[in-house]
Every structure is written in structure tokens, then in C-alpha cells.
Design a protein around this ligand. Structure first.
Ligand code: ZN
Length: 550
């Protein structure tokens, strides 16, 4: 997971309330008064404004990092949350301030006179997009929603623990109603969406639409669902391939796991001089611009490979963040282009490279050295195969590579219905969830924690977020195929030649940061747009070979 501004914003409940207070006071005092005397600005007049905005974001992130990685004492949590809320409210207010509006006018004039460079235009694109979306929501409704989503995660947790969906349902209903209203407000303000869910998708993956995703998930459904059934039939048959998995939960001392993390980070080219690894409840990457991109993992004695692949995944995010072009340092563009493109980088390193035979061949000797004999009886082939066992399961976060996007498809289809069918209520969702889980994974959840209450995202109103995971998987496969036209990726992985692999990614993706949009970056790599084909081919080839399918 890579945290962005939108995600950080959901973090502490109190933040939203303070933001709303700012919004309300701004509305009451009538900011942006039209009868102010016209004043002209230079673009450079806004340098200090953006420096301050970035400093506020970084200050907020730094405190979050401190809270999530065990730096802040337990007794300081409430006070820290309040500090974050104050900082966050200030940066939020700047985003819709007179000064921001003056910046827009100045850039628009400069564009007219062909005097705006690309950094300025992209900065405008990013800030204006956020401004336009935020400003159409009535402040009192935004305030109510902020107060609501201070409570919903708590209700979600309680419902999950008591296995009682009815505790959560009335709150989720209000979240659904709010997001449906947001789409309406945006439409009234002139924003055009072919499908109401497009408005939500655009918040996380700018420009992504239901039209594109229908085709994408349609192909995935048509190809992967039957393929999975075929694979499982073969795997479970008498002469089916028996992949050994008995060593995956071996007790491995944390010190050994830490040494392995070191080995991995150094091998894949994550620069620890501008990075750091700490521990947290859920692994994530947090970037403060290219000079400081940090990651976390979680160590469990009997889940060694969970940490192994968390480090690989987050290192993929971090390498992206560290290799943004130097000219973007200190701008708001010193970050990734979108969540989907970010996820393509983490999945590429974690799965396409990290779960490949070539990589395991390359890392094997060093792996055996750092793990101090704990896997001395396990062969290279057994290690490789065990990382690729396919087994449909209830939980998205522990899903294997083949079934992962099917979990996303369940969420995508339900979110789409929530936004398009006003009659659909929160009460209707568990049945839908179970039906789709049965259809795609052949399983029926036994309780809400392994069903509809497994993810916290909906309690924050994050409809449109999940598809970025599947988009990332698909982009990663498209990137792989483009890369393979330039050099032998499997051989590079075997040689642990990350200079070549990262060099290719730096040149085509990383260096652009958020200067270009994801569609523009991908257009330089493939002329197909988002395509399911490469992803499906990759999965089918890999798993057919692994399981000995014809
Ligand atoms: Zn991620």
C-alpha cells in the first residue's frame, strides 16, 4: 500500500471535523469575494505558498509515521491526533483559499500567453482537480460526513468482532447516501460522468471509468474464473501436482527475518540512504519526496514469507518514489502519478519479479546464508513453488496472485451497484457479497469477518479505491511485456541485475513523478490503454506451467 493525501486524510477522525469547521468559517466569511480589486501576480509569487503547503503535508505525515511505527508513546496518541488535525485543517484550507484561486488565474493567464512550463501546468492540473471536487460539496454536509466517518470505523470494528452486521448497516447506509449525493453535486456543477461510479473512480485513478473497467473485469471473469476451476480440479485430482507447503509456517526468529529484509532491500535497489524500514500493524510506504521514502513491514515468527513479500512489495513503491526526476524535487509533483500506477510498481517487484523462478535462482544462495539453515532441507524448486500456491480463500489481503483480482472484482461490482442503484440498501449487501464470492471463488463466507466486513475501506466511504489494486496488477503485466521486448527479464532477475530492471522503469515511469498523468505514462509504454490481455496471458502461462496443465 502506498499512502497518498486522500488516504492520510481519512486517518484520524477528528481531522475531518476540524476541516469542516474551517470550511464553514470560510463559507460564512464569504471568501473569494468577487469585488476585490483585480491584482496581477507572477507565477513565482506562489513559490512560498506551495513550500508551505508541502511542509504542512510533510509535518502531518511525519507525525502519522511516528504514531504508526511505535515512535510516539501510547499516552500521546490523542494529543498527536489533535496536532495532525490542526495541521491538516490548515493545508485543506489552503487548497480552497483565495491564494489558490489567484494561482489558478495566474496560471490560466500564463497558459494563454504560452508562458507556463510543464511543471506549472501539472501543478495546476492537480490542485485544480482537487479544488473543483471539494468546492461543490455544501460545507454542512461535508461536516456531517466528517463526523459520521469518525464513528463508522468504530462501528465496523464492533460489528466485525460481534459478527453482527446490523451494528454497521445503518452507518454504512449513511456513507452510501453521502457518496450518492456527492456525485449529484458534481453533476450539478457541470462535471460529466457517463456512469455515476466514474465520479468515485476518478478520485483514486483519474480518468478511469466504468466503461473501461467493464471490459477489463469482463475479460478477467471470462478467462480467470474457469481457469481457476480447471486448475483446482487438476490440483485436487489424484495425479495432480502436489506443491509442498509444510515449511511455510516454520518458526523463524525475528532477527533472521530482519537480516532477510536487509538482503532484499539491498538487492532490489531500494536506497536506504534515502529510506528506512520500520514495523507497523499493516505494511505501507510513506514518501516525503524523493529524498525520504520509508517503508514498513510486520514480523511474525510463523509467517516469515508474509514479511518477505511485504518488504518486496513496499520496496517497489519506494523505488518509484526515490527515482522521481530531480527537477520535480520540492514541487507537489514529487510523488507517483496515481494509485494504480504506484501499485503496478509494487506488484511488479513483489510478484512478477519476486515470485519468478529466475529471482529465486538468483537469490537462493544468499537466502540460504541469511536464513542460517532454517530451510536447509528445502530445495530451490520447492521454495519457488511454495510462493505460488493457488488456493481460493476468503481474505483479500492474503490472497494468492491468481485469485487476487477476483477479490477486487467482487468489490468493484458491488460499489458500482451502490452508485447506480439508489434503491440498493446496506442491508442488501451481505447477500450480494456471498453470492459473488461463491460465483468467483467457489466459497461461501462462514461469518462477516471473512465476508463483507473484512475490509475497513467502505467505513470511510472509499468507493472506487479497490479497483486501483487490479489496475496495478494489469499495468504490471503490460509493463513486463514491454520490458521483455528490450531485454530478457527472467535472465535479469536471475542475475539480480536490478540496475537494468530499475533503469528501464526509471526512464519510462519513475522519473515523471506526477508530472504526467498515468494514461500519458502508459501511452509511452503501450498503445493499448488498460488491457486485461497481458495480465491474463501472464497468469495462465505461469500457473499452467506450475501445475502441469496442458
Ligand atoms: Zn501497495
Amino acid at each position: 500500500m502506498a499512502k497518498n493525501k486522500a488516504q492520510k486524510k481519512r486517518k484520524k477522525s477528528i481531522i475531518g471535523i476540524l476541516i469542516a469547521a474551517f470550511l464553514l468559517s470560510a463559507a460564512v466569511s464569504g471568501c473569494g469575494a468577487a469585488d476585490e480589486p483585480a491584482q496581477t501576480y507572477e507565477l513565482s509569487d506562489f513559490d512560498a505558498f506551495f513550500d508551505k503547503l508541502i511542509a504542512l503535508w510533510q509535518a502531518e505525515s511525519m507525525i502519522s509515521w511516528d504514531m504508526e511505527t511505535g515512535g510516539a508513546p501510547e499516552g500521546a496518541m490523542d494529543a498527536k491526533a489533535k496536532t495532525i488535525a490542526t495541521i491538516s485543517a490548515e493545508s485543506f484550507a489552503m487548497g480552497i483559499s483565495d491564494e489558490m484561486r489567484n494561482f489558478f488565474k495566474t496560471v490560466e493567464a500564463a497558459i494563454e500567453n504560452e508562458g507556463a512550463d510543464q511543471i506549472t501546468r501539472s501543478t495546476y492540473r492537480e490542485t485544480k482537480r482537487n479544488y473543483d471536487k471539494q468546492i461543490v460539496i455544501p460545507p454542512d454536509e461535508y461536516k456531517a460526513f466528517s463526523e459520521l466517518t469518525a464513528i463508522t470505523p468504530v462501528k465496523w470494528m464492533e460489528a466485525r468482532e460481534k459478527n453482527d452486521y446490523s451494528i454497521f448497516a445503518p452507518y454504512l447506509q449513511q456513507v452510501m447516501d453521502y457518496q450518492r449525493n456527492v456525485v449529484e453535486y458534481r453533476k450539478q456543477a457541470g462535471m460529466v460522468y457517463d456512469h455515476p461510479y466514474d465520479a468515485m473512480l476518478d478520485d483514486y485513478e483519474p480518468g478511469m471509468t466504468v466503461e473501461v473497467l467493464e471490459e477489463f473485469f469482463g475479460e478477467l471473469k471470462a478467462e480467470i474464473v474457469p481457469f481457476l476451476a480447471e486448475l483446482m480440479a487438476v490440483a485436487e485430482s489424484a495425479d495432480g501436482k502436489n506443491i509442498r507447503n509444510d515449511f511455510l509456517d516454520r518458526q523463524i526468529p525475528i532477527s533472521v527475518q530482519k537480516n532477510t529484509s536487509e538482503l532484499l532491500m539491498n538487492t532490489v535497489g531500494y536506497d536506504l540512504n534515502r529510506g528506512a524500514l520500520r514495523e507497523s500493524a499493516h505494511p505501507f510506504t510513506l514518501g516525503f519526496g524523493q529524498t525520504d521514502v520509508r517503508i514498513t513491514t510486520r514480523y511474525n515468527e510463523d509467517a516469515f514469507f508474509a514479511s518477505f513479500y511485504a518488504v518486496m512489495h513496499e520496496s517497489g513503491h519506494a523505488i518509484y518514489g526515490q527515482n522521481v526526476g530531480k527537477e520535480l524535487e520540492g514541487t507537489i509533483l514529487d510523488t507517483g502519478a496515481s494509485l494504480g500506477l504506484h501499485e503496478s510498481q509494487s506488484r511488479f517487484l513483489e510478484n512478477i519479479v519476486g515470485r519468478s523462478q529466475g529471482f529465486w535462482e538468483g537469490i537462493y544462495d544468499e537466502f540460504m546464508r541469511v536464513t542460517e539453515g532454517y530451510y536447509a532441507d528445502i530445495s530451490l524448486q520447492e521454495l519457488y513453488e511454495a510462493q505460488n500456491i493457488v488456493k481460493p480463500s476468503f481474505l483479500r489481503i492474503s490472497a494468492d496472485e491468481l485469485t487476487y483480482s477476483l477479490h477486487i472484482m467482487i468489490r468493484y461490482e458491488i460499489e458500482k451497484m451502490i452508485l447506480s442503484d439508489p434503491e440498493l440498501t446496506a442491508e442488501d449487501l451481505p447477500a450480494l457479497w456471498n453470492e459473488k464470492t461463491q460465483e468467483y471463488l467457489g466459497l461461501t463466507p462462514g461469518n462477516y469477518a471473512e465476508g463483507i466486513l473484512q475490509d475497513i475501506h467502505w467505513s470511510y466511504g472509499e468507493f472506487g479505491y479497490f479497483p486501483t489494486y487490479a489496475i496495478g496488477n494489469a499495468y504490471a503485466a503490460q509493463i513486463r511485456d514491454a520490458m521483455k521486448e528490450d531485454f530478457d527479464l527472467e535472465a535479469a532477475a536471475r542475475a539480480l541485475d536490478f540496475a537494468t530492471i530499475n533503469g528501464w522503469l526509471n526512464e519510462r515511469i519513475h522519473k515523471y513523478g506526477a508530472l504526467l498523468e498515468t494514461s500519458e505514462v502508459m501511452a509511452q509504454i503501450t498503445d493499448e490503454g488498460l488491457s486485461a490481455k497481458h495480465y491474463i496471458d501472464y497468469l495462465k502461462n505461469k500457473y499452467s506451467e506450475l501445475y502441469g496443465l496442458q
